[in-house]
Design a protein around this ligand. Structure first.
Ligand SMILES: [Zn+2]
Length: 469
């Protein structure tokens, strides 16, 4: 048993009373209360795809921004395919002569079924550690923090030296039609110098809550899926023949399995491996540092290829994910189809990967069907003004913490803006342990501490990038 030693009885009493003292709700600033009010209000409207509620959330946010002093003419509601989007311009005095900054978030969420959740998904509830509800992380955290930051800056009388523009989409989790509209067909947004996305990036904490790094999303791989089909006249299974749709497809699958796409890199991915390698140490960390020093080091590249968490940062990948074939147990198959999902390194063309796959499989009769409409987007190489602004916000919370740019596997609004020629970085304000992230899943939750700690994140960044110091 542990002795209390010199702490004595008074100390013991304090230790026993401590939990009670800790339970008291701290007094929150106006900004904290406003952010929470907005967070709660938008979370309690179900904005999943089938509910048609994003227009309602956009309207609510527009009213809040106008009430805080944004001219009604500068706040626009856009409707597209029953989804709502919002554009809100915070005018600057133009003294810097610089182009506007876009601030991205999405108002929709992934569907959530009441009966599957332990708590109601569309009600903001909490215990002593977490806020729970669909959207607490993805991405109503970003929507609330950004909108409340505009309100706060307006109340403080802040006049930026360039325009700041909120661009909130309404169907990021499904068809991204509002995102495309904002990125490609909205002239006032096309003039932006760059965009900062609240829906990606953020800090990682270890199990003890200690910060590991702050991650800036600077690129997304292109997501592309093909269905490859082989066909055959078929026949009775008692009369097998040499040509067979399933056997042919099996050869194709083995050829794809054996193929290694060429190693690729950019300034950003090499700096990523340098930093992560140094942090990780050991044999794997050393390999990363070697790769960063010389990406043509084949041994290092081959070693990273065997790590599923890192292979994607070294090349394009394709993997067979689904199969369907045959129609009866006593019939020769008339067709066989494999689904192949690829993640393309930025700069690689979808058409080139299809040509490569066709060459690899060595089967002129195989049919290739590309599913959907993949978005190819470039890397946004880091800029020093953006990095220094984000560092300022990060270091206010965690001095000295390292910032690392990374490439994600694809799927945020950012890729459309990058494709439209607007460099975009994911620089969200959440710090949490990656193991705690339940975005898209059941019982989505965010640490309460992460919510309150992020309150100054955006105003520090915006004042650094658009303040007249
Ligand atoms: Zn999201």
């Amino acid at each position: 048993m542990k002795s209390f030693g010199s702490l004595g009885w008074l100390g013991l009493l304090l230790v026993l009373l401590w939990p009670l003292a800790g339970a008291a709700e701290p007094i929150r600033s106006d900004h904290a209360q406003k952010t929470l009010e907005i967070y709660r209000s938008i979370i309690e409207v179900d904005t999943s795809k089938t509910k048609n509620n994003t227009q309602k959330v956009a309207r609510y946010l527009a009213d809040e921004l106008i009430a805080a002093g944004l001219p009604a003419d500068d706040v626009k509601l856009i409707n597209k395919d029953k989804f709502g989007a919002l554009i809100a311009r915070y005018r600057g005095d133009g003294s810097s002569g610089k182009k506007p900054i876009l601030l991205l978030a999405h108002m929709d969420v992934v569907e959530a079924l009441d009966k599957d959740w332990q708590r109601p998904p569309f009600k903001l509830t909490q215990d002593d550690r977490y806020f729970y509800a669909r959207g607490t992380i993805d991405n109503k955290f970003g929507v609330a923090q950004l909108a409340a930051t505009f309100i706060r800056l307006k109340k403080e009388g802040f006049v930026p030296n360039r325009d700041l523009i909120l661009a909130f989409s309404g169907d990021e989790e499904s068809g991204m039609s509002t995102t495309r509209l904002l990125a490609f067909n909205t002239p006032e947004l096309a003039q932006a110098e760059f965009a900062l996305n609240s829906d990606a990036g953020g800090g990682s904490l270890d199990q003890l809550g200690k910060p590991v790094a702050y991650n800036i999303q600077a690129a997304e791989k292109t997501y592309a899926t093909w269905q490859i089909t082989t066909r055959n006249p078929g026949g009775h299974s008692s009369r097998p023949r040499d040509d067979n749709a399933i056997y042919e497809l099996a050869d194709i699958i083995k050829a794809i399995q054996a193929h290694k796409f060429p190693v690729m890199w950019s300034e950003m991915t090499l700096s990523y491996f340098q930093k992560v390698g140094e942090q990780l140490g050991g044999e794997l960390g050393d390999t990363m540092v070697r790769f960063a020093f010389d990406p043509e080091d084949e041994q290092a590249a081959e070693r990273l290829r065997t790590e599923s968490a890192y292979v994607g940062t070294t090349r394009t990948t394709c993997v067979v994910t689904m199969l369907s074939a045959g129609h009866a147990e006593n019939a020769l198959p008339q067709s066989a189809t494999a689904t192949v999902n690829c993640r393309l390194f930025p700069g690689v063309k979808v058409a080139d990967i299809q040509a490569q796959l066709q060459q690899i499989v060595e089967n002129a009769g195989a049919e290739f069907e590309l599913l959907g409409d993949p978005t190819e987007s470039p890397i946004s190489e880091l800029r020093s003004d953006v990095v220094s602004a984000v560092s300022k916000a990060v270091h206010r919370r965690y001095p000295e913490l390292q910032l690392i740019a990374y490439m994600s596997s694809g799927g945020t609004d950012g890729m459309h803006f990058r494709k439209a020629g607007i460099p975009t970085w994911g620089v969200g304000g959440i710090f949490m342990n990656p193991k705690e992230v339940y975005a898209h899943g059941l019982n989505e939750r965010v640490p309460i501490k992460a919510f309150y700690d992020a309150l100054d994140h955006w105003s520090i960044i915006l004042k650094a990038l658009a303040g007249s110091q």
